[in-house]
Design a protein around this ligand. Structure first.
Ligand SMILES: Nc1ncnc2c1ncn2[C@@H]1O[C@H](COP(=O)(O)OP(=O)(O)O)[C@@H](O)[C@H]1O
Ligand code: SF4
Ligand SMILES: [Mg+2]
Length: 331
């Protein structure tokens, strides 16, 4: 069997705060893996812990975070025991990340060329000189589909559209040929028409460069189109994972069903199944309910759902997994 590129087992993240006595248990027993060249979709409402998990994988959580795991292995390296200098080659080198808002990620006072060349020279395994780095910057802008790349190199961020700025961020991210790209809601800040173009670009680069991608989104429509496998997060836990096809068409966890039913055109083939819309909000990490984290919002809740933490078994974290067939209505 092939070894995964990234393998995470029982990842737990706690935050210490002066205001609360006990540390906040934010991420609980997260286990997942991703193979080389694979795209994994991660879905969940805002506040589910998607970004915290990504920041932990990038070694970017601050001092207040305590991270533990049975395993957190990337390309044969234990991410939890890297030294600062090892992080420098992993972060932004072997693992790259793009964020929701490209405009805030770019420095408004520096040209695209300056910022791109800076990144290229920071991880300069090919020992390029400045001139060669500028050529590479030009090539990268071509690769991410920016028209008139020569002129764009001289632009400042405010002269770029949101979509173009995200393309520049992607150019920076792929400049080191990362083995893993973490795209954390990369299109949430963009217009709908641009969203699709950016996601298509990421998909093309994934395939062309055999680069693994963790695609984080709150939209199941996005994963249904772009990722082979999907995991659904809720309140710092993975509550369902499997092939995207299975999750979209045969969800087992009531939360996944709720996410799906809030999308236009969703109907249940199983007539007995109601399609609930999810009321309420994701609980804050310091105000977790007992038992199943979803129980206060779950329309299928039973007494024992509130008794103890629910284990992840056969692809879902639910005592009473559903058997639902969904299909899209044409209207
Ligand atoms: N340093 C921290 N200390 C305590 N809680 C934190 C810290 N950082 C993030 N959080 C909590 O994590 C929650 C959201 O996690 P996040 O990973 O950003 O969710 P998502 O990306 O799924 O929207 C926030 O609501 C916040 O309460
Ligand atoms: S364990 Fe119970 S409360 Fe939680 S999702 Fe399943 S049925 Fe609902
Ligand atoms: Mg987030």
């Amino acid at each position: 069997m092939k070894t995964p590129l990234l393998s995470v087992k029982d990842l737990n993240i706690y935050f210490h705060s002066d205001n609360v006595q006990r540390p906040i248990h934010a991420i609980r027993d997260l286990s997942f893996s991703i193979m080389e060249g694979e795209m994994l979709g991660v879905v969940g409402e805002s506040g589910s812990g998607k970004s915290i998990t990504n920041l932990a994988l990038m070694g970017l959580l601050g001092e207040s975070a305590k991270i533990s795991a049975m395993e957190c292995k990337f390309n044969n390296k234990n991410l939890l025991s890297l030294t600062q200098s090892q992080w420098q080659s992993v972060r932004g080198g072997e693992i790259a990340m793009i964020f929701q808002d490209p405009m805030t990620a770019l420095n408004p006072f520096l040209t695209v060329e300056f910022q791109l060349v800076e990144v290229i020279l920071a991880h300069n395994s090919d020992k390029l000189n400045k001139r060669q780095a500028i050529d590479k910057a030009l090539d990268l802008l071509n690769q991410v589909g920016i028209s008139s790349p020569k002129e764009r190199l001289k632009s400042y961020p405010f002269e770029l559209s949101g979509g173009m700025a995200q393309r520049v961020m992607i150019a920076m991210a792929i400049s080191t040929n990362p083995k893993l790209l973490i795209a954390d809601e990369p299109t949430t800040a963009l217009d709908v028409t641009i969203q699709k173009q950016i996601l298509t670009l990421i998909k093309e680069l994934q395939i062309k460069k055999n680069m693994a991608v963790i695609l984080v989104t709150h939209d199941l429509g996005v994963v249904s189109e772009f990722s082979e496998r999907t995991q659904v997060m809720y309140a710092g836990e993975i509550i369902e994972s499997g092939s995207t096809h299975q999750i979209i068409n045969h969800p087992r966890h009531p939360y996944t069903l709720g996410l799906l039913s809030s999308r236009p055109g969703a109907i249940a083939r199983n007539a007995k199944t109601l399609l609930p819309s999810i009321g309420g909000i994701v609980p804050a990490f310091h105000q977790r309910p007992n038992g199943c984290q979803f129980n206060p919002r779950c329309q299928f809740v039973k007494a024992d759902c509130q008794n103890h933490q629910i284990e992840f078994i056969e692809g879902s974290r639910c005592l009473y997994p559903l058997s639902v067939a969904l299909e899209r209505s044409s209207t």
